[in-house]
Each structure stands twice: as C-alpha cells, then as structure tokens.
Write a protein that binds this ligand. Structure first.
Ligand SMILES: Nc1nc2c(c(=O)[nH]1)N[C@H]1C(S)=C(S)[C@@H](COP(=O)(O)O)O[C@H]1N2
Ligand SMILES: [Mo]
Length: 338
C-alpha cells in the first residue's frame, strides 16, 4: 500500500475509499486537536497537530476555497513521537531559499518582497498541451490533499511538515507529454528587484535555481506540488505560491516559487549539481550509507533542537519512504548515482 489513507472510524485502516476519508478543513482545523478525543490518530498526526499558532494569511479567494476542500491523507511510515509535526515557527523561520540570502533567517526576513498574486506557470517542452497557466487554473481541476512528510536537508537537519497541494502527476498528465519526455525540469522565478539574494554579485548560484526529476519520479504519487502548509497558503519563505515536495530526496530537490515546468528529453543539470558535482548529484535520494564528502549522512538533527536536547535521530534510506520508492531505483548503484 503506497499511501495510508485515514478515515475517521479507523485511522489505521489502509483499505478505504477516498470518499470515506474525506474531512473538511473546518473539521480538520476546528480541531485536529479536538478530533483526537476518542479517536486513534495515525502516526504523525499526533496530539500536537494544532495549527492555532499559525497566523492568518493573505490567500486569494480561490486558494482559500481549495484549502477548505482539502482531503486529508496520512502518509506512512511514521513514528508518532519522533515524527510529531515541527512547530510552524520553526518551519517558517529556519529556511533555505538563497534567492533571499544565505542565512537560515534571511528568507523569513526578506521574502515578503515577493509578489505572489497573480502567478502563472509555463508548462512547455515535450508536451502536446502546454502554455502559460494561471496558478488558479493549474490548481482548479485537482483535489487538494494534505500530506505530512519528513523534509531532510542535505545539511543533516530535518523537519516534519504538513503540506497542502496536488500531485505533480496530475499536472503532467494534463500537459500530455510526448513519447520523448523522459525528465521534468523546474525553474524558480528570476527577479532581482523582488529577490534580494539575486542582486548579490557574490552569489555562487547562476539563476534561475533549477531542479529536475526523472519522469517516473515526477509521476510518483508521493511527489507533490505544494501551495500550502499548516492549513493555510505557503509563507513566501517556504516557496510561495508553488513549490515542489519530493519527500524521499534531499530538500534541495524541492524547488520553490516555480515559474516553469518543462518536459525534456535529456537529464537536466540542477543548480547544486552544477555548483559542486562531487557533493550533490542529480538523484539526491536520502541515504544514510552514502556520506557527503564533508560530513556523515547517517544521522540528522530533527528540529527544533537545543544544546541540551540535540534531538539527533538516525537517517533512514529514502528518508523512510523505501517501501514506496525503492523500486524506482532497482538496479541503480546508489553510490555512483548519489
Ligand atoms: N528556489 C529555491 N528552492 C529551494 C532552495 C533555494 O535556495 N532556492 N533551497 C532548497 C533547500 S536546500 C531546502 S533544504 C528546502 C528548504 O525548504 P524549507 O525552507 O521550506 O524548509 O528548499 C529547497 N528549495
Ligand atoms: Mo537543503
């Protein structure tokens, strides 16, 4: 079973129809804490799943509507203690988003300058049905889902984040790829006026930030195009209004503020591979047995942590999603294809 779908009556059952597990946002938000009373909650939706500290956002009406119609899915595997949701303040205050600076606090400080409404995405390349698509139109045909995923940065810290979004596969299917489409290439916005990190002449990044996936990875049901987190729209520092989430890969694959999705024939060159090919590969699958040349990947620091509670946990192969994704890499040497 790929995705464990929860229903209110038995949140540990996996063989239920999507209809039977539908939970409106009101019910979910109104008290995901309240929902706990008398119900067994699945793994990572633990008692601390409480969005009350999440500030009101500034979502456009269409996005509010999509969010209020979210279908809730709990993704396994998870450990209820270890995989408690990361507090919103940590997930939105400790970020990598080099377009706004290199310090972990820079994105939260400076990403307000990004104008995310309106937004459109160009879908092009090896497709029969491409073009520039308003974000609203990209989202409209798909049901929003909540996915609680681990996010493991290549720098050996990690979080557990409840995303809201749609499967990337649905967007790709609608684009109708040609037989030559083997990979998907993504680009982040380039606008030095809005993104102060792009104004720096010291930047090591050759903008735009680019990422890529093999087509089968992009079509995998775990691969999400997120437009929200913690029950609301994405904060700018987390990649508003549209970012990729690929939970079994290092965080740098999860490209933010996407403006272009291209179906391509050849394996794209991604930003970090271009900067340091010995350290960052195309695949970037989370793997405790393949160390970064400068540090071990065997463990990770689960945020939030302190000096007195370092919260070091063991890193899992494919970030704990091996049952779901290992078959994608049958026969591939994960040491050479890091
Ligand atoms: N455009 C863009 N996308 C990006 C990055 C970036 O610098 N620019 N950083 C990546 C890295 S290294 C990580 S770990 C994640 C961090 O996501 P978060 O800040 O939402 O936790 O975003 C990824 N996506
Ligand atoms: Mo990262």
């Amino acid at each position: 079973m790929l995705i464990k779908i929860a229903k209110p009556s038995d949140l540990h059952e996996s063989d239920v129809t999507p209809e039977s597990i539908y939970l409106s946002r009101r019910r979910f938000m109104g008290g995901i804490a309240g929902l706990g009373a008398g119900l067994a909650l699945p793994g990572n939706v633990s008692a601390n799943a409480d969005y009350s500290d999440v500030p009101e956002g500034n979502a456009p009406a269409w996005l509010e509507e999509k969010i209020s119609d979210t279908q809730w899915r709990a993704i396994t595997p998870s450990d209820p203690e270890q995989d408690a949701l990361t507090p919103f303040d940590d997930a939105s205050g400790y970020n990598n988003f080099f377009e706004f600076g290199t310090d972990k606090r820079d994105p939260a400080r400076h990403a307000d300058s990004l104008e995310t409404q309106p937004w459109s995405v160009v879908v092009d390349g090896e497709v029969n049905n491409g073009g520039r698509i308003a974000l609203e139109d990209l989202a409209r045909p798909s049901q929003f889902e909540e996915r609680i995923y681990r996010l493991r940065c290549v720098e050996a810290w990690s979080m557990v984040i409840p995303w809201l979004g749609i499967p990337l596969a649905e967007v790709i299917k609608r684009a109708d790829p040609t037989s030559k489409a083997n990979y998907v290439r993504f680009e982040t916005l380039v606008d030095p006026e809005q993104m102060r990190g792009q104004r720096s002449s010291f930047s090591i990044i050759d903008w735009p930030y680019v990422e890529g996936l093999r087509l089968d990875e992009a079509m995998h049901p775990l691969t999400l195009l997120a437009m929200g987190m913690y029950g609301r729209e994405l904060p700018n520092q987390n990649g508003a209004p549209l970012r990729l989430v690929v939970p079994w890969k290092y965080g740098f694959k999860s490209i933010k503020s996407i403006v272009r999705i291209s179906l391509v024939e050849e394996q794209p060159m991604n930003t970090w591979q271009q900067i340091a090919p010995d350290e960052y590969g195309f695949y970037a699958n989370v793997n405790p047995d393949v160390d970064h040349p400068r540090w071990s990947q065997a463990t990770e620091r689960r945020l939030p942590n302190t000096l007195f509670r370092p919260n070091i946990i063991e890193t899992q192969l494919f970030n704990g999603y091996a049952d779901e994704v290992a078959s994608l890499y049958a026969g591939l040497d994960l040491r050479t294809h890091y």
